[in-house]
Design a protein around this ligand. Structure first.
Ligand code: ADP
Ligand code: MG
Length: 666
């Protein structure tokens, strides 16, 4: 039951402040947990820890030195009958209170009876001891906030329902929910906090796992597809290469899904260049052999074209009827494709979101694949799925994520992973240079171009107004063109250009009419230009690591040595560390793991779009064991529920929440 804050008799204007913090109900209020605690307890110096919190008596005059606005105070104290020297910086305003004989509490570091204090409180330790929660608050003091929490807890006393199934709560020796909520806000000891966190973390993951598994168990039945495996193998054998082991496994899993009665809901992940497109093409062919239409959706027109040409090539010796449907076709051309799809004159269609416009109707859609799904909105995915009933669904992504996270993000999906890249690839040589200009690499660039190579120059997206230091793509393109005069052609590619213009530029680059392509991240996905093996990335600190890796994946797709230069004048340590890491690592999984740890998943994938739930107390990485435990627990619960209707109440609650808050389960 959702009870609004009004019942707590909090003042109207205060309630409004709470609303600003997204706190609307009592439950919201109680689950606004502290993000850390300040713990004050007597701490004596010991061998392996020189941090102290002690009480002492001042025994001499305070000496104070100023240097500009900075100050240093020092004095002696008596602590347990011994003399200690205390120094503290920039607290001269305390001087008046620090008289001889005053009892104070000192927080700091102590080495050999010399204390460097980080804080001094003019109070005896006994008055300070305890645990103070620290909240993230807007315009409300901790004191008033704690007052509201107290009211809420009192109001709900004895009425806080368990959210964890009783037998699991007992099994894991978790405290009651009511106690957990009391203790998270008003702990008396570290143990209180620990037990409260144990409960709340479990609760958070458990709910999530129930949700995920519930949606999995209620998935509609699909269609059993009959696939002529001999014909499928003929296609696989006609490929100019042998599939890697991981590709073979992924193909097997996909084909199995198509054959099963269950509807496919699968996530295919693999590093850039690991060969996902081929795998998806084989899947589409299997679906075609079963007599169904397939659709492959890409986030950009350029990528759709690329896929289209890959598939055309792959299917050249088959009877597959294939088309490309994008926004830039004329209405007439589109009409033809619509007709062909409706009459099943087309087997496979590749395209952008033009694939699921209202006017598009499929005769017998059986399989939908989307590439780089996190660039699509949930609505778009739904729309495409709604074009057919019981459609098998595969999502491809080159933003590889560790399995742990794959489970938490796509807990209701099956996952296929391509770990290894095809043999014979040479690692891209990556160099981070602390600069804003091209100068240090001009020599190499000229050499490389004179040998016939092509180069990408990537600039971050910038508004003119936003940052004068960041390099702007069109300015760079102009500068480079005037530098190279007629010797080399420089092209420009950015998001504001019309699709036709973009395609023109990209084609010119593919055909080597352009040698230097200055671009924003629009080139990030997909396009294969084997002769382009150098990339220069301006203001590299502005990109996430996974994005840099993705960009870098545009080069080194052939058998030649490739080079990636990361230019950045950033001085903050994080940025430098990330860029240095890019020099060393070539493993998309490892990079995204590192990136996730440093920036958090939301930053990379975007909560809304990825459907990645934002865990509040639990941490997908640190609490991974718990994530697994709750996954298994939730499975048991759901299985029992489906078998004999046990736990109906809990499941109904989850279903309700699902309906009101979740749109990520189609
Ligand atoms: P992804 O979509 O995962 O980025 P692609 O499917 O575009 O990767 O494959 C990248 C390149 O590798 C393509 O040129 C493709 O033809 C080639 N390729 C794919 N699988 C193999 C393989 N098993 N052996 C050799 N080359 C392969
Ligand atoms: Mg690809």
């Amino acid at each position: 039951m959702k009870e609004n804050l009004e019942v707590l008799k909090i003042q109207r204007n205060r309630i409004e402040l709470l609303h600003l913090m997204n706190i609307y109900t009592i439950e919201d209020l109680l689950s606004h947990y502290p993000y850390r605690y300040e713990i004050i307890e007597e701490t004596l110096p010991s061998e392996n820890n020189n941090k102290i919190i002690i009480e002492g008596k001042i025994i001499d005059q305070v000496k104070i030195f100023f240097k500009g606005k900075m100050s240093r105070m020092s004095f002696s104290i008596d602590y347990n009958g011994q003399v200690y020297q205390v120094t503290i910086f920039n607290r001269h305003y305390l001087r008046a209170h620090l008289k001889i004989g005053t009892i104070i509490t000192i927080i700091g570091k102590c080495i050999n009876k010399r204390i460097t204090a980080i804080d001094i409180k003019v109070k005896p330790l006994s008055e300070l001891m305890g645990i103070q929660p620290v909240y993230s608050l807007k315009d409300i003091t901790t004191k008033s906030f704690l007052g509201y929490i107290k009211k809420a807890l009192k109001y709900k006393q004895g009425k806080i329902e368990e959210s964890i199934v009783e037998e699991l709560r007992v099994k894991h020796q978790l405290i009651h929910r009511e106690l957990a909520l009391n203790n998270i806000h008003f702990p008396h000891s570290k143990e209180d906090i620990k037990q409260a966190l144990r409960y709340l973390k479990y609760e958070e993951f458990f709910k999530f796992q129930l949700t995920m598994q519930l949606s999995k168990s209620t998935r509609e039945e699909g269609i059993k597809k009959e696939i002529d495996i001999r014909k499928l193998n003929t296609l696989i054998q006609s490929l100019p290469f042998t599939l890697t082991i991981d590709q073979q496994t992924a193909v097997r899993e996909i084909v199995q899904d198509l054959k099963d009665r269950n509807m496919m809901y699968r996530f295919l992940q693999g590093d850039v260049g690991s060969g996902k497109t081929v795998v998806s093409a084989i899947g589409l062919y299997a679906n075609y052999l079963a007599g169904y239409q397939g659709a492959l959706m890409a986030p950009t027109e350029i990528l759709a074209r690329q896929h289209y040409s890959t598939l055309t090539n792959l299917f050249k010796d088959t009877d597959v009827k294939l088309s490309l449907l994008t926004g830039s076709l004329t209405n007439k051309e589109k009409e033809v494709i619509y007709d062909d799809l409706e009459n099943h004159h087309l087997d496979i269609v590749v395209g952008t979101h033009a694939l699921f416009q209202k006017k598009v109707n499929y005769a017998k859609l059986g399989f939908v694949i989307t590439d780089e799904q996190h660039r699509f909105g949930v609505e778009q995915r739904k729309a495409l799925k709604n074009k057919g009933k019981q459609v098998d669904f595969l999502i491809m992504s080159a933003t590889p994520i560790p399995r742990t996270l794959a489970i938490s993000m796509y807990g209701d999906m099956d996952v296929s992973t391509i770990h290894s890249k095809p043999k014979g690839r040479i690692k891209t040589m990556t160099k981070y240079i602390q600069t804003t200009s091209m100068k240090p690499i001009l020599k190499h660039l000229k050499e490389y171009l004179s040998e016939g190579g092509q180069c990408y120059v990537i600039c971050p997206l910038v508004d003119e107004s936003e940052n004068l230091h960041a390099k702007n793509a069109s300015q760079i393109a102009e500068a480079m063109q005037s530098y190279f005069k007629k010797q080399y052609h420089v092209g420009l590619l950015h998001g504001q250009m019309k699709d036709e213009e973009k395609n023109q530029v990209m084609n010119d680059f593919v055909e080597n009419k352009i040698q230097i392509l200055v671009a924003t991240t629009v080139v990030e996905v997909g396009v294969d230009v084997k002769n382009a093996n150098m990339m220069v990335i301006y203001n590299a600190e502005r990109f996430g690591m996974s994005q840099l890796h993705q960009l870098r994946g545009r080069i080194g797709r052939g058998h030649q040595q490739s080079y990636c230069y990361l230019l950045s004048s950033a001085t903050n340590e994080d940025a430098i560390m990330r860029l240095k890491h890019m020099e060393e690592s070539d493993d998309g999984f490892e990079i995204s793991y590192y990136d996730l740890k440093m920036r958090g998943p939301g930053e990379i994938l975007g909560h809304r779009q990825s459907g990645l739930p934002a865990f509040v107390v639990a941490d997908v990485f640190k609490d991974y064991d718990l994530l697994e435990i709750t996954r298994k627990d939730a499975k048991i619960i759901i299985d029992k529920y489906l078998y004999d209707g046990s736990y109906k109440k809990q499941i109904e609650n989850i279903k309700q929440e699902l309906q009101s808050t979740n749109e990520y389960i189609d």
